[in-house]
Design a protein around this ligand. Structure first.
Ligand code: HXC
Ligand code: NAP
Length: 283
């Protein structure tokens, strides 16, 4: 389905591209012919990842560090990517911070940490690059990595839920405002995909992991390649008429949570037989 040159001639910038899902997406973009730039706070992590990705998938990866919470650092990072590749065609806002905690235990600094990375970081990168695209009369695409609970909200990850909801609002708002410049913005809402970064902070024990898996109709976690392929499609020209949308890839988790009778998953075949017998007896 994915032709090798799908992303040929596209320069794709991925924040948080040295680890987890960012790295998997970056590798897939490379395989599909893109030139890829990755950024995150830890220079040594992205430099090593860039070398390994090039060895694995070929092509060119440029690594340049930045803390997306710092607008000046974002400007310098974009200058460096443009100096290296000449331009940027696609921005994937994937960098994030998150942890589980009862909200009443959080300090304002903890709230700021997550909002700073997820909401401000995404906004700063999008704003700086959007200004450059508009000034140059260049078209572009932004893909924001959100979460399933960006729409529903969720306890125990409240700063993340608030920040990701803001990211979805940014996606839809700018899709409306910047469509006239040929700039598309979309977001993906992934269900659980095992990564070291997320699992160490959010799924610390096998028991907690099982709780999540049981709520997914397909009874499994996502595979990185599934997300990477969706992202590749959305940033490709084949998705040229898709903008302002939030696309779920969650094994049915969102649908399951929304339906109040889906708790009947817990009713066994024998219990259904007994209920049916009662109904037939007219009880
Ligand atoms: C409560 C916490 C906390 C925790 C940190 N803090 N961890 N509070 N519970 N588990 C508080 C600290 O006490 C401190 O406040 C403040 O937050 C800043 O903490 P630092 O450790 O100094 O912050 P920093 O080193 O900048 O780290 C930022 C971070 C960290 C967000 C806390 O986890 C990080 O760097 N994460 C990046 C990667 C990441 O999170 N990946 C997962 C994304 S997964 P005080 O008041 O004490 O000074 C994801 C998907 C979700 O988003 C969906 C999965 C299914
Ligand atoms: P991850 O590996 O921890 O990715 C987070 C990345 O963000 C890291 O590379 C980190 O690198 C970077 N980052 C953090 N703070 C930064 C900052 N201030 N400036 C620049 N970069 C920063 O976790 P992941 O699971 O792959 O998550 C990737 C994305 O998917 C996130 O947006 C997450 O919310 C989303 N998501 C994941 C899941 C899942 O199940 N895994 C589910 C839903 C959504 P440095 O530490 O080097 O800065």
């Amino acid at each position: 389905m994915f032709e090798p040159g799908l992303l040929k001639d596209k320069v794709v910038l991925v924040t948080g591209g040295g680890t987890g899902l960012g790295r998997s997406m970056s590798t897939r973009f490379l395989q599909l012919g893109a030139q890829v730039a990755i950024t995150s706070r830890r220079a040594e992590v992205i430099e090593k990842a860039a070398q390994e990705m090039t060895a694995e998938a070929g092509g060119q990866v440029f690594a340049t560090p930045a803390d997306v919470r710092d607008p000046d650092a974002v400007t310098k990072m974009l200058d460096a990517v443009e100096a290296h590749f000449g331009r940027v065609d696609v921005l994937v806002n994937n960098a994030a911070g998150n942890f589980i905690s009862p909200t009443e235990r959080l300090s304002h600094r903890a709230v700021d940490r997550v909002l700073g990375i997820v909401l401000h970081g995404t906004f700063y990168c999008t704003l700086e690059l959007g200004k450059r695209w508009i000034a140059a009369g260049q078209k572009g695409a932004v893909l924001n990595i959100a979460t399933t609970y960006a729409q529903s909200g969720s306890g125990y990850v409240v700063p993340s839920a608030v920040a990701k909801a803001g990211v979805v609002a940014l996606t839809k708002s700018l899709a409306a405002e910047w469509g006239k410049y040929g700039i598309r913005l979309n977001a993906i809402a992934p269900g659980p995909f095992p990564t070291e970064g997320a699992w160490s902070r959010l799924m610390p024990t096998p028991e907690i992991q099982r709780l999540f898996e049981e709520r997914i109709p397909l009874r499994r976690m996502g595979e990185h390649q599934e997300l990477a392929n969706l992202a590749s499609y959305l940033i490709s020209d084949y998705a040229g008429f898709i903008t302002g949308d939030l696309i779920s890839i969650d094994g049915g988790e969102t649908a399951w949570n929304a339906g109040e009778f889906n708790v009947l998953d817990a009713v066994t075949k024998e219990q259904w037989d007994a209920l049916e017998a009662l109904r037939k007896k007219g009880a």
